[in-house]
Design a protein around this ligand. Structure first.
Ligand SMILES: [Zn+2]
Length: 393
């Protein structure tokens, strides 16, 4: 009996203890997490020694010529700001120089697969000698009489980017790497009934790189692209938006696609491209830039994006708040990961609030939102689909 009681009380004690210690550990973790996040929020993203810090803040203030002004008629502000942005990026220059050029699309054969969509590797010549490959994914049950919504999804800094997004994996390792971060966003959308265009992003995909001979530009092809673009009076962003627009021209005429329901997404550099394309081209009805939509700089003057996303004199124009404002009254969902070390949550939160005010000014406060995923620099598809279907309805 004594033995039984002893065993009983030891067991009961052990159970009680393990439950209370578990609760204690969970509680401490939550508290620690909150404290760290609160501390993060209060911390500067980076620090610059003075006088460098003051100098950066002073010169990067810019003229802000097209800053959103609620006292102006909204369409008037938007028209002028968009026109200025097209000029500033070098896209206007490309439009003028390439006015006589007709892009050509080469369709590929669709390869047999077990999935619910067909996949073909196609190509579009967007300017003389520039062939941009893209995957076209079409749900297998598509009837020609029933056009589908389109998802245009350009990738970021991933040399295999278009293959990753389309779920066309090179090998098991590639497959595992992409799927563990739900990075096959195009394939996921095709399974949901979207026609999908997953294009190569110029300067980022292996197929459309500008090489960096002798490593003069840091052995970084996207930086080499920036350098070559700048001396030509254009930017990588302009080249990329140009490519997306030529794909949209083609898609609009495709009977499989419902031209009134076009959405765009991309992670990282693909999200930056999504933001600029949606700001410039009103054919994009829903834009979901993932792990990318932030102010140009942190409060200390740190520049968040890669060199290849640079628009010279952007701060003389405005900032990403204005980029967001150019998407209104269409739909803009900003998605980020709480543990993405490339971005600063308080900066993003502040920006999203200011963009919300612009959407409020045109009476569509529900057309924009900010969602946080629970980990790092990646897609959070579950945060995207509900917004996408609501926006395309
Ligand atoms: Zn880059």
């Amino acid at each position: 009996m004594n033995n039984f009681l002893n065993t009983f009380s030891v067991r009961t004690f052990a159970r009680t203890f393990s439950i209370s210690s578990l609760l204690f550990v969970v509680f401490s973790f939550l508290l620690f997490h909150q404290v760290t996040h609160a501390k993060d929020a209060a911390q500067p993203f980076v620090t610059y020694p003075n006088p460098i810090g003051d100098y950066l803040k002073r010169i990067q203030q810019g003229k802000q010529t097209h800053v959103f002004d609620p006292s102006l008629r909204f369409e008037e502000w938007q028209k002028k700001a968009r026109r200025a942005l097209i000029k500033l990026t070098g896209l206007k220059k490309m439009e003028m120089e390439l006015a006589g050029f007709t892009p050509k699309v080469q369709l590929g054969e669709s390869k047999k697969n077990e999935d619910s969509f067909t996949r073909s590797l196609c190509s579009i010549e967007t300017e003389p000698g520039v062939f941009v490959p893209f995957y076209l994914l079409v749900p297998k049950d598509t009837e020609p009489a029933k056009p589908r919504p389109l998802l245009l999804c350009p990738h970021g800094h991933d040399k295999l980017g278009l293959h990753s997004y389309a779920g066309a994996f090179k090998d098991e390792k590639h497959k595992r790497k992409v799927l563990e971060k739900k990075g096959d966003i195009g394939a996921q959308a095709a399974r949901r009934g979207f026609v999908v265009i997953a294009p190569a992003t110029r300067g980022l995909a292996d197929e459309v790189l500008v090489p960096d001979p002798k490593g003069r530009h840091g052995n970084r092809p996207c930086r080499a692209q920036l350098m070559h673009c700048l001396i030509a009076g254009r930017t990588p962003i302009a080249e990329r938006v140009w490519d997306m627009q030529r794909l949209l021209d083609w898609a609009e005429k495709n009977p499989l696609i419902d031209r009134t329901r076009i959405a765009m997404t991309g992670n990282s550099g693909g999200g930056v491209l999504t933001a600029y394309t949606a700001a410039i081209d009103t054919r994009i009805r829903v834009a979901i830039p993932s792990c990318s939509f932030t102010s140009v700089m942190s409060a200390e003057g740190f520049i968040f994006h890669c060199d290849c996303c640079l628009i010279p004199k952007l701060r003389d124009w405005g900032d990403w708040k204005e980029l967001g404002g150019l998407v209104a009254p269409r739909h803009l969902l900003i998605v980020h990961g709480v543990d993405d070390s490339l971005h600063h949550p308080p900066t993003v939160e502040k920006l999203a609030i200011n963009i919300g005010k612009i959407f409020q000014a045109v009476d569509v406060p529900n057309h924009t939102d900010l969602k946080w995923g629970s980990s790092g620099h990646r897609f959070y598809p579950q945060k995207m689909w509900p917004f996408l279907s609501k926006g395309l309805k």
